[in-house]
Design a protein around this ligand. Sequence first.
Ligand code: IYR
Length: 220
Amino acid sequence: MPYIPTPYAIDERPEPDMLAEAQALLKRLRTRRSCRDFSPRPVARELIETLVAVAHTAPSGANRQPWHFVAVDDPAIKREIRIAAEEEEHESYARRMPATWLEALEPLGTDEHKPFLETAPWLVVIFQRTWEWIDDDKQPNYYPMESVGIASGMFLTACHLAGLATLTHTPSPMKFLRDILKRPDNEKPYLLIPVGYPATGCMVPQIEKKPLRDVLQWNR
Ligand code: IYR
């Protein structure tokens, strides 16, 4: 395909306004937390669709858009996912995770029980497409992990700004999601994201972010 240039411009405004907007954004994003206790209150399908459309604006390697989103609100499918996830998680917590990992998770208060997989009104499963059939040719996608990671981050941010709680859940191994959701073998489950409202009285672990100076270096 040839290179076809098209004009690009951004919404320009004075830098002090940009700084104020960035600071306001920071204040809002700082309140985002991983939620493990959801309200059953429904969320409109159109809202989920729009948030996925936000994620779909993400940049990707060679613009291959190597993601596929499956949004699940069918209680029977959510139940299947919960049962399969809890089976894997039981094995992980009991045998697969080393003591150091379990210790690292202690302050988060997680365990093998995942009721949120049924309580949350939506489970959004993000798949990474590792290769494509292009003109009868099996071709790899480029930087699929990075691309899907960026799209996932944009989805989480969009959900929070829209007023919805999320969790980045990674039951391990996650292959069962491909089977339950009938996805093809060029797709690998990447993240399982319950989306909804926090339950009344929802609690989250007290955690702190490292100071910015520990994660940001200027020049050398
Ligand atoms: N997947 C497990 C364990 C787990 C792992 C990490 I790393 C976390 O930050 C949290 C949990 C679970 O979901 O419980």
